[in-house]
Ligand binder design. Sequence first.
Ligand code: FAD
Length: 478
Amino acid sequence: MMSTSPSSPSGLAALEQRLAQDLAWLDLPARRWVPPGTVNGEELLDVAIIGGGMAGLAAAAALANLGVRARIYDRAAEGFEGPWATTARMDTLRSPKQLTGPALGFPALTFRAWFEAQFGMTAWNELDKIPRLQWMEYLRWYRAVLKIDVRNEHCVKDIIPHPDHVELKMQASSGALPVYARRVVLATGRAGLGGASVPGFIQGIPRERWAHSSDAMDYSTLRGLRVGVVGAGASAMDSAGTALENGAASVDLLIRRGDIPRVNKGKGAGNPGFVQGYVDLPDEWKWRIRHYINMQQVPPPRASLLRVSQHANARFHLGAPVLRVQEEGRQLRVETPHGIFQLDFLVLATGFAIDSHSRPEYATIAPRLRVWGDRYRPAEGGDDPELRGSPDLGPSFEFQEKIPGALPGLSRVHCFCYPATLSHGTVSGDIPAISDGAARLSRGIASLLYGENIREHYAELLAFDEPEVFGDEWTPAG
Ligand SMILES: Cc1cc2nc3c(=O)[nH]c(=O)nc-3n(C[C@H](O)[C@H](O)[C@H](O)COP(=O)(O)OP(=O)(O)OC[C@H]3O[C@@H](n4cnc5c(N)ncnc54)[C@H](O)[C@@H]3O)c2cc1C
């Protein structure tokens, strides 16, 4: 028999066999146990997940292992969920290659296993960071190999909680349809309860002269143009690098701070104690940690900076906050303390805002959900608009009502996206701890589903009559 060296790829089919074997050995996924139901003649799902990116997929897989059936709805086309193959512009992931991401503790589900199965261990050792589109390929495989039920091109337009279920108003290519589920998970991503953060100085400037870094946009349209990029984070560097590679005449980076952040404090905080213990910290500590990380800001990866600075026509202006933007003919006059810039196009790499009121699909729930600002006042000097607007979530990521009783069923909606960070820590979006978040979410939901259907489970217990012993195993002593 020919032996394979550890560096030879064994192929995806072999990996898939191993995964199937691992799951069989652990007797997973568990059998379904949530009572079936209907609403208005339609199927009542155990769980509906909005968003089929990494978080939605991990949540669906973790729920399936516990015998809870989840169906995902995503407005994106199949294979184009999340930012990776659409609006992200970095060459490689920002996070290190060895993170196990959505693998849920199964070695055969890791990116590394998937990569080595195809390209071998030598290639793995030589790999620096994971190429962005290859990560998307891996997520497509993850979805397929776990047979996750994802309905693409389904956009959720409204979320209507009821005391014993949640109704989703859905728009699909075939038309509008209602979906009913016992519980709903929002796995809607980095801007999951809001959208792009757009500074006031751009108000009134026509849309053809500016874009946010998270906009879908063809950067080849910037060829020959003088481009300004506002910001100094990873997305600023990605936008600047892409503009330069597409032939922009120049890129001026307009950076508010006097220096570019050097240290990623969030990375420094990440250890298993933080992942498991943050959620149980007192409010004061949660706020203090998150506010500090927000104030320090996340530096761009070194490689992303070098991607920009290697171009002679890239200019870094530190201490240059934008004060005013005016349209002058076909160009923009951008005023900063560093001087005035005449530009053709501005890219705002100004991050994301948490504001559930800004999203039409949250119109029903947004006014009723409790945010931290409704009940918590930070110590002097600790005010932070992002934290104030963050949802105040329960132990299973569930929303809580601002006024108890005002929207019964609101707690059937679970917020498993970036805005959960203040309540739960960094377990609901980024790659490092997404499996820990999915485990917490799925256990919480399984427990809630069991408790709220206890009458049916008890009736099943009473009706259960599968004998272990038939009475013919012994003869009573005369
Ligand atoms: C440019 C960029 C680069 C990043 N790089 C990294 C990185 O290197 N490492 C890292 O750890 N993190 C990175 N992140 C953070 C990143 O968002 C997450 O790691 C990852 O995308 C989170 O997955 P998710 O499932 O939470 O969200 P997403 O992948 O964004 O998925 C959310 C999904 O929800 C869907 N959706 C939203 N609203 C609706 C609706 N109303 N109806 C139907 N569907 C809806 C969207 O179509 C989308 O597919 C990056 C983020 C960005 C924006």
